[in-house]
Design a protein around this ligand. Structure first.
Ligand code: FNR
Length: 368
């Protein structure tokens, strides 16, 4: 029986279990994008806590791709060096270090959530942001950033930045790379007709809107080894029924195309493209999207579910019932860095005690 603690094999690569820390921005770098002690402790403690995969937050492939000036980045060798101690520590705990490679597109150049999440104009220390179309809708905050339509040179720069970022991720010790194509950031902005109103070969048809993502996947694939897993996070739907938008049918088709390019897992999130979205919330709120993609493309590509997964039994049921191959947990891992070992204790695999780090094991498994 496949369960939460069974190993997942992706093209021969073995993951220790089916629990991943979902990428979560920490906005905790100095404005140079380099990892700090915060990243080592934050990510490291989730590896101690029994996650099979520990994924970094959205990590910008170039400076203009940061959501805020405090985002993590990987656009130079120094950035890779700053991340190396974190990947080493994660590996020492028996977990797999993963990096989410991101470009925030026209949702870049903002203040941090706890500073208002407002666009920062270039004259105030921000920068001009890249967008598929110059007339994209207002930001979720209702304000317009300083936007520039991405010309073909900018698209080449972005694709090359992804390739270089993947090569540096390998140098930094990451075992999994995830391309962020969800949540209204650059690659999703190209996928969705809500934000992509181009009339060149990157706009219009499904084929054209998915072109940039396919080019990025191919560029990453030139440096990312075949034996290491490659994930893509997508928004399964824009949640904008009744108007031209990115829909679940598009995601099913895209998953097949990405599988053909060698992508190993589709990480299915949703939304983020437009403030009018009508997104559900609550337990498993995005799981039906993952489940549908898995039912249609599961022979070709593995599928990860995320969103509202907070209970060990709930996570286990998703795997046992074949609704997802991998479970990504976000906020619950913030509340409980030990979610993985707590799940093992609750679900009771025979070796549950061994999920605790050796330093704690005897102390926590005996009588109180
Ligand atoms: C997120 N999320 C997110 N997603 C992503 O793809 N890249 C990111 O960097 C971030 N950053 C981020 C920060 C914080 C503080 C939160 C809470 C969320 C979304 C996250 O990965 C996850 O998909 C959602 O939180 C839904 O899962 P949970 O939290 O319900 O398990």
């Amino acid at each position: 029986m496949t369960d939460l603690f069974s190993s997942l094999s992706l093209n021969g690569y073995q993951l220790p279990n089916r629990i991943a820390v979902s990428p979560m921005c920490q906005y905790s770098c100095e404005p140079d994008g380099q990892a700090t002690e915060w990243h080592r402790v934050h990510l490291g403690s989730r590896a101690v806590g029994g996650a099979g995969i520990v994924m970094t937050e959205a990590t910008a492939v170039e400076p203009r791709g940061r959501i805020t000036p405090h985002d993590l980045g990987i656009w130079s060798d120094e950035h890779a060096d700053a991340l190396a101690p974190t990947t080493e520590f994660i590996r020492e705990q028996g977990a797999i270090p993963a990096i989410q490679l991101a470009h925030a597109g026209h949702k870049a150049s903002k203040s941090r959530p706890w500073e208002g999440n407002r666009p920062i104009r270039p004259e105030d220390g921000g920068w001009e942001v890249l967008s598929p179309s110059p007339d994209a809708y207002p930001d979720f905050s209702g304000e317009l950033p300083a936007m520039r339509k991405a010309d073909s040179r900018a698209l080449e720069e972005v694709t090359e930045a992804y390739r270089e970022a993947a090569a540096r991720s390998l140098e930094a010790g990451f075992e999994i790379a995830e391309i962020h194509a969800a949540h209204g950031y650059l690659l999703h902005e190209f996928l969705s007709p809500v934000t992509n109103r181009r009339d060149d070969e990157y706009g219009g048809s499904f084929e054209n809107r998915t072109r940039l993502l396919r080019e990025v996947v191919r560029a990453v694939d030139t440096v990312w080894p075949d034996e290491k897993p490659l994930f893509v996070r997508i928004s399964g739907t824009d949640w904008l029924e009744g108007r031209p938008s990115w829909e679940l049918e598009d995601s099913v088709r895209l998953a097949g195309d990405l599988a053909a390019l060698g992508v190993d897992l589709i990480d299915v999130s949703s939304g983020g493209i437009h403030p009018a979205q009508e997104a559900p919330a609550g337990p498993n709120f995005q799981v039906p999207l993952a489940e549908r993609i898995r039912s249609e493309q599961g022979e070709e590509v593995a599928v990860g579910a995320v969103g509202g997964i907070t209970e060990p039994e709930q996570a286990d049921a998703l795997v046992r019932n074949g609704r997802a191959d991998l479970v990504l947990v976000g906020r619950e891992f913030l509340r409980d860095p030990y979610f993985g070992v707590h799940a093992a204790t609750e679900l009771g695999p025979e070796d549950a005690d061994s999920k605790w780090p050796v330093q704690y094991r005897r102390a926590v498994s005996g009588p109180t």
